[in-house]
Write a protein that binds this ligand. Structure first.
Ligand SMILES: [Zn+2]
Length: 503
């Protein structure tokens, strides 16, 4: 099938979704199925694929001795798959994927709730706010990052995060919790504007530490807990990094929002699964999924107690495409990948900060032993030293895109099939990939009695129907978008790789 036809098929799938929803009209009147949701929680896994799920699921069962809440969700709710392609690429990034969710139409990678020709789109939380709903955003990325931002504001550049912080102030959601102090701090912002003071003047409690989050007692809350993204869960948990967990932020947000008379809409994002996958850092990926699971459980508990709440989960795209592969006789050693992850007590991001600018073979070897539980050869340790001090990277790591981090990950790969001394997790790339992703609805889901494979734009259909909103954003064709792209010598928002902002 030609690319054009495939994209047409995507549009048809959206139409088919609407038709099947009509067919479900009768079901919607049956007891047990919600016709209108008072509250809506959208739980986003950024950059999570099915192998990530499998690794976390097996780790949780085998090492922690319990199934994931996500497994319970998938088993008890309504789940399926969603296609993730953007308007002009089979591989999406988080803003185009966020736009598909939040506006119901496909866009070009890079802008927030906007078409490439500058036509603004109205995102779902802006529509909900017009209804009087309270609005909340919770993320482990900078709170101004693409996925949360795409639900509330329109901006041609997803990386214009200082401006997006201002747009958040103007939008006036009740809860913003995540990372990104540098976009609010007058000492760092280019315009020197004190966004903390601006938010406080509008009645927000402002929190920058877990203790301040805990103590915050106001009907509106801005919490930003790190300069950039919130550090990985594996570092928070084992390296005593003082930031709140995604679950702690979720538990704080829910009662504030639930106190509003008209109900609320909330997006919770497990953002750094994506970043960890970009870096090919299996332990960082694993622990951020486990942290997300605690937050998901809190959201599921809320739905159990407040059944007029619709909970939707989804992953916006796959990233890195890792896989736990079979090894040894009857693949028995394949489980070593799960067992060895138990020895990992920090992320590659943490290791880079710890190594500094002048690492030695000795300091590198020691750090891999204590943080990753892995014995590097002298050659591997030297490769890490060269990557940091001379910017000489391993060729196989270079194609992955993020240096020196991908070199630090690459020296850990298993090269001896007879050994079980390193996690047998292989990585396809250091970039987003094209596969379909997780999609599910929990509780008495609105008209969602039957979901199979849908387009990611179907989430907008589901949310608007649940909230009783009738709205259609303007559709752009791939051909129209390509003509706009060709007419420009320089693309104004060609920032497809959010992980480049990992600093
Ligand atoms: Zn990414």
């Amino acid at each position: 099938m030609k690319r054009r036809d495939i994209l047409k098929a995507g549009v048809v799938a959206g139409v088919a979704g609407a038709l099947s929803a009509q067919a479900q009209g009768a079901q919607a009147n049956q007891p047990g199925i919600l016709t209108r949701a008072r509250n809506l929680i959208f739980f986003a896994y950024d950059g999570m694929g099915w192998e990530d799920y499998a690794i976390a699921q097996y780790y949780s069962r085998r090492v922690l001795g319990k199934p994931l809440a996500l497994e319970r969700f998938l088993a008890s709710g309504v789940s399926g798959l969603q296609n993730t392609n953007s308007l002009t690429s089979f591989v999406t990034e988080s803003s185009a994927a966020g736009n598909a969710w939040s506006t119901g139409v496909k866009t070009v990678n890079g802008g927030l709730a906007i078409h490439i020709d500058g036509r603004k789109l109205t995102p779902i939380f802006a529509l909900a706010k017009q209804q009087g709903k309270a609005v909340g955003l919770v993320s482990t990325a900078t709170i101004t990052h693409a996925t949360p931002a795409s639900f509330v504001v329109s901006n041609p550049d997803r990386n214009a995060e200082e401006e997006i912080a201002q747009q958040y102030l103007d939008f006036g959601a009740e809860v913003y919790l995540g990372g990104g102090q540098r976009f609010f701090d007058p000492a760092v912002r280019r315009d020197k504007k004190d966004m903390y003071a601006e938010f406080a003047a509008r009645g927000y409690a402002v929190a920058k530490t877990p203790a301040e989050l805990e103590a915050a007692n106001a009907s509106k809350l801005l919490g930003v807990f790190s300069s950039s993204h919130v550090p990985y869960e594996v570092d928070r948990r084992f390296q005593n990094v003082n930031v709140p967990s995604l679950a702690a932020m979720t538990r704080k947000a829910l009662p504030i929002l639930a106190g509003k008379r008209e109900g609320f809409v909330l997006q919770i994002e497990a953002a750094r699964v994506d970043h960890a996958n970009h870096l090919n850092d299996a332990a960082a990926t694993l622990w951020d999924i486990l942290a997300a699971d605690e937050a998901l459980e809190a959201a599921m508990n809320f739905v159990d107690q407040n059944p007029d709440t619709l909970l939707i989960i989804g992953s916006d795209h796959v990233c890195g495409a890792p896989a736990l592969y079979g090894a040894g006789s009857v693949y028995r050693a394949g489980s070593a990948g799960i067992d060895l992850l138990r020895n990992e007590k920090g992320s590659i991001e943490f290791m880079l900060a710890r190594l500094g600018n002048q690492p030695t073979v000795e300091s590198v070897t020691e750090l891999y032993r204590t943080v990753k539980g892995i014995a590097l050869t002298p050659e591997q340790a030297q490769a890490v030293v060269a990557a940091i001090t001379q910017r000489v990277y391993l060729p196989d790591a270079v194609v992955r895109g993020i240096q020196p981090a991908n070199t630090l990950a690459w020296v850990m790969r298993q090269t001896d099939a007879a050994q079980v001394n390193r996690p047998n997790i292989g990585w396809n790339s250091g970039q987003h990939t094209a596969g379909p992703t997780l999609f599910g609805v929990y509780g008495r889901g609105v008209g969602a009695a039957r979901i199979g494979l849908v387009d990611n734009t179907y989430n907008f259909t589901l949310m608007t129907r649940a909230l009783g909103i009738r709205f259609q954003n303007p559709v752009m064709s791939e051909q129209e978008a390509l003509e706009v792209l060709r007419s420009r010598a320089e693309l104004p928002w060609n920032h497809p790789d959010d992980a480049l902002a990992l600093a």
